[in-house]
Design a protein around this ligand. Structure first.
Ligand code: BDR
Ligand code: CA
Length: 313
């Protein structure tokens, strides 16, 4: 089967970085058409830089990296340096990127790429706030029916919130954008915290990255070493949750994940629960299902896949 064509929309972020590395190490299954950076974990200037650092780490300077939106649709930007560090990619010491940003705006790249490909052949993979994707849909509604699928990291049901008691970070930062995406009618697969909090880098799993003996293996181990302190302190968990790599792992081995096709609405009004993903997991409404909301991951299978693929870089 031909590899699946994707655009990665991202705010790196250590876990975004690992998601990108997993995609770039899997050319049989995934063809990365381009990467669009968005403001999220850190401001746009840094996410656009970090995305290029990651491409260079993978030896893939041929991947076009575009800068997208620098702030959410209607709100001031909220960032997460408390999790990811000042650079967004704290942990390993990696050189500044030599590759330039691709010319043009990330949103226009998304629009033009969807228009240039056969309808139903390009998948969008958002790993950060949904600002670029929603802006593209607002600017060019004709592209909506051309999207094959959206596979995104965001939201939570059983785990509720990580940035507020009610909301997960990616959705909270730009709830209006999330609402546009969830109401788009496109088939959406969602990797919420309910799944990603099970994709934990235990010390044993991190040793396996380090034991790859490569620059990539070391960099990933150092990223997760840094990133884990937050979750250890907050949740008492064993290590860092690899949120965003669940998206790219799903494209390679969907059978690692299971969930329910349900209705998910985004709270955009309430100050208290802003950005909450109101997921009808128990089917208590007659609202139309709009998302495949994952609930379980085979964590062992996930880390086996990830380690095996990172070894290729
Ligand atoms: C999400 O927020 C960011 O901090 C991570 O990169 C991930 O995309 C988890 O809530
Ligand atoms: Ca992210």
């Amino acid at each position: 089967m031909a590899p699946r064509k994707i655009i990665i929309d991202t705010d790196p972020g250590q876990d975004d970085a690992v998601a990108i590395l997993l995609a770039l190490s899997s050319p049989e299954e995934i063809e990365v058409l381009g990467i669009t950076a968005v403001a999220g974990n850190v401001p746009l200037e840094l996410t656009a830089k970090n995305a290029r650092i990651v491409c260079e780490l993978a030896g893939r300077t041929d991947i076009p990296v575009y800068a997208g939106c620098e702030r959410p649709l209607k709100r001031p930007l909220v960032t997460a340096e408390h999790v990811h560090g000042k650079t967004g990619l704290d942990g390993p010491v990696l050189p500044d990127p030599q590759m330039p940003l691709a010319e043009g705006h990330g949103v226009d790249f998304i629009i033009e790429t969807l228009r240039a490909h056969e309808p139903g052949t390009v998948t969008l993979c958002p790993l950060g706030p949904l600002t670029n994707i929603a802006t593209a849909f607002q600017k060019a509604p004709d592209i909506i029916e051309r999207v094959q699928e959206i596979v995104l990291m965001g939201g939570a049901y059983f785990e509720v919130g990580n940035i507020t008691p009610a909301a997960e970070f990616n959705i909270y930062v730009d709830p209006e954008a999330a609402e546009i995406v969830f109401k788009s009618g496109i088939h959406i697969a969602v990797m919420p915290l309910d799944v990603t909090h099970d994709a934990l880098v235990t010390p044993h799993r991190n040793d396996a990255f380090r034991a790859l003996g490569s620059q990539v293996g070391h960099a990933v181990a150092e990223m997760t070493d840094f990133f884990e302190r937050f979750d250890k302190e907050k949740y008492g968990s064993e290590g860092a949750p690899l949120h965003d790599p669940c998206v790219t792992a799903y494209l390679i081995q969907p059978e690692l994940f299971s969930g329910r096709h349900i209705n998910v609405e985004i709270e955009t009004q309430s100050e208290l629960t802003l950005g909450m993903t109101v997921a009808d997991w128990w089917g208590v409404t007659d609202r139309t299902p709009n998302a495949m909301f994952m609930g379980n991951v085979d964590a062992h299978g996930f880390f086996t896949l990830l380690t095996e693929r990172l070894a290729r870089l």
